[in-house]
Design a protein around this ligand. Structure first.
Ligand SMILES: C[S@@+](CC[C@H](N)C(=O)[O-])C[C@H]1O[C@@H](n2cnc3c(N)ncnc32)[C@H](O)[C@@H]1O
Length: 391
């Protein structure tokens, strides 16, 4: 089996690393089993495949944890340093998220806040001493009251888990897949590769739609409900947020990849199951079926695959190796699915209906040009919003 990146030698699979059998010295590339986007043995095709991931690393696996008590903050710092040395993106945040996750919290800040809440301040300890209970408080007890403000050491099991999980970003696994969940607006969604990890920009897209719904209200011919179509649901983040926030919304969401079926638990928990129809349809191949299924809608929302095909190789390894490229690849000029959504909008939108799209900064002009070049589409370009990064 060829090493898919360096193609230097044949390899044999071991537990975690794939070692090249003909290496004279340790190869600078480690292979991590289970990553979805890998070259097949001896081949070069991309796409979700079982197998191993090639990771550039000259340093090998991390050192075992130090044999002494470790608090959360120290674990975070140790891993932040290692992540920085190994080129892991956002080393501090990644380390904080994982350590907090192992300790059952969302963030390190919430752990600290919890500690502060539970512990007594110095003034409280002093007044306790001065009170009638003074005699009954030993010096050891006073020390432990003070120590309540300090962080607790992690148990051996927790430390092992931190080491196990923190090792994964060294192989460029995104932290969202490491902790297997991620927050999108007020929702916590399950995250498993290669389902697309929802981005903060998309939270803004949902915010824009919600703002529109607040100001506009339901269409005149359907006062009780609003129907929408989402193209490319991924984890379901967009549709679930909209349905959760807007009780009069009913949605159809389409997804080309795999069963197009998001985690049912949040659907049930949020009580939106009966307002969401999920279909596995490729809008490029099955536009007619999409139109049949959705009927007329008040709005269409989509964060489509919009990366220019030529830009794909420039993406970070975390994205390229773990997320499904079909969620990203918008074809030449990144417009393949965007154009199809506009065509679907021509037929499916009700009067005054709208299309909300997340796109590349180059797309607003391209979309306007494309609309000018088409006839009888009945669509009018309204406006472009920049996201929080100014793009
Ligand atoms: C950028 S991801 C967005 C996912 C999700 N809406 C979000 O914002 O997190 C694009 C999604 O579109 C889906 N997709 C790509 N091509 C499609 C097609 N031709 N028809 C339907 N869905 C498609 C991908 O599988 C992926 O889930």
């Amino acid at each position: 089996m060829k090493c898919p990146t360096c193609s230097c030698v044949r390899g044999v699979q071991s537990d975690v690393l794939l070692k090249c059998s003909e290496w004279q010295r340790p190869c600078s590339r480690l292979l991590y089993p289970g990553a979805p986007n890998v070259a097949p043995p001896g081949g070069s095709a991309a796409g979700p495949l079982p197998g191993s991931l090639v990771v550039e690393s000259a340093m090998g696996p991390p050192a075992p944890p130090p044999a002494r008590p470790l608090g959360a903050d120290e674990c975070v710092s140790l891993w932040e340093q290692l992540f920085s040395e190994r080129g892991v993106s956002e080393p501090r945040l990644s380390s904080e998220y994982i350590v907090a996750h192992v300790l059952g919290a969302k963030t390190i800040q919430s752990l600290r806040a919890g500690r502060q809440e539970q512990s007594l301040t110095e003034t409280q300890i002093q007044s306790l001493r001065a009170s009638r209970q003074e005699q009954s408080l030993t010096e050891t007890q006073i020390q432990s009251l003070r120590a309540g403000r300090q962080e607790q050491s992690l148990t051996e099991t927790q430390i092992q888990r931190v080491w196990e999980l923190c090792s994964k970003p060294l192989y460029r696994m995104p932290v969202q897949y490491v902790i297997e969940e991620w927050d999108f607006r007020e929702l916590t969604l399950k995250m498993r590769p290669p389902v697309f990890i929802p981005r903060p920009e998309t939270e803004e897209l949902v915010g824009l739609v919600m703002e529109e719904l607040r100001t506009r209200g339901p269409a005149q011919d359907s006062p009780a409900s609003l129907r929408f179509l989402e193209v490319g649901c991924g984890s379901g983040a967009v549709s679930l947020s909209l349905l959760h926030h807007c009780p009069q919304c009913h949605g159809l969401h389409t997804e080309s990849i795999r069963p197009g079926r998001p985690d049912q638990a949040p659907l049930k928990r949020l009580g939106v199951l009966e307002r969401l129809q999920i279909v596995q349809l490729d809008v490029l191949l099955d536009a007619d079926s999409v139109l049949c299924q959705c009927g007329s809608v008040d709005f269409i929302v989509s964060n489509p695959p919009y990366v220019f095909a030529e830009d794909l190789p420039l993406l970070e390894p975390e994205i390229l190796w773990y997320e499904d490229q079909r969620a990203l690849d918008g074809g030449e000029g990144g417009m393949d699915v965007i154009k199809q959504i506009l065509c679907i909008g021509t037929c499916a939108l009700k009067k005054n209906g709208k299309i909300f799209l997340e796109v590349d900064p180059r797309h607003p002009l391209m979309i306007q040009e494309w609309l000018r070049s088409q006839s009888d589409h009945g669509l009018e370009y309204r406006e472009t919003h920049r996201d929080f990064t100014g793009r």
